[in-house]
Design a protein. Structure first.
Length: 224
């Protein structure tokens, strides 16, 4: 693929071509197949190194793909922020939000309930393989429901993706990616936030989110 240094050094010469590719992709709602191939490198998390589940797949994408993603990301993020679409108590992958804001919201809510003499219970959930199991069709329907104009583009972006896994200097055969959002991509985290944005509708208690981590808080006058 094209090296970032090549783009940086030759920016004045090729910026027009890159801009044309980005604009044409957005206007036609299509993403070139060459920009949907990824090299996946397993990133060790914790526990036994012999267990596949203890590795996080990180997608290495070509630089032109990242430029295209950034252009779409900026527009979609602005639309979501301007229209206050993202859930108020989602603190993951958002500017000016962090684990601190999530904990502050959590403690403030619990203190408020306790001050009213309520019993408080909490359930903490961590969705397993959350990014890897995102259903593309459901995601696109949710994006459309949010009023995002890039639905056709996202269908093309998510569909027909291929990847190879590189580990210990060995490369696998190409595989088709039929679900999930690319980890290591620019759009992946934002798409995941859109995917889980309607979670509060499904619960009848206070819900705090940090990406795929969630806290369900219930309260009542009777501990039973």
């Amino acid at each position: 693929g094209i090296k970032p240094k090549f783009l940086k050094d030759g920016a004045e010469v090729i910026k027009g071509t890159i801009t044309h590719i980005v604009n044409l992709s957005i206007e036609t709602g299509t993403v070139p197949e060459e920009l949907k191939s990824a090299i996946v490198k397993p990133l060790y998390k914790k526990n036994s190194r012999l267990e596949v589940g203890n590795y996080r797949p990180v997608s290495l994408l070509c630089i032109v793909s990242k430029i295209l993603e950034r252009a779409v990301f900026v527009q979609v993020q602005k639309y979501l922020n301007d229209n206050n679409i993202l859930y108020e108590f989602q603190s993951g992958f958002r500017k000016s939000y962090s684990t601190d804001t999530c904990l502050i919201n959590l403690m403030d809510h619990i203190r408020m309930l306790v001050s009213k003499g309520k019993y408080v219970g909490m359930v903490l959930l961590d969705l397993q393989k959350a990014f890897d199991t995102v259903d593309h069709e459901i995601l696109c329907k949710k994006l459309e429901g949010m009023g995002i104009d890039f639905t056709e583009w996202f269908k093309s972006y998510l569909g027909g993706r291929q990847q190879v896994v590189v580990a210990n200097e060995t490369t696998s055969e190409p595989g088709i990616v039929s679900c999930g959002v690319p980890q290591g991509s620019i759009l992946g985290p934002l798409l995941f936030l859109c995917y889980v944005n309607d979670m509060p509708i499904s619960v009848k208690c206070k819900l705090l989110l940090y990406a795929d981590d969630s806290a369900l808080i219930v309260s009542g006058s009777d501990p039973r």
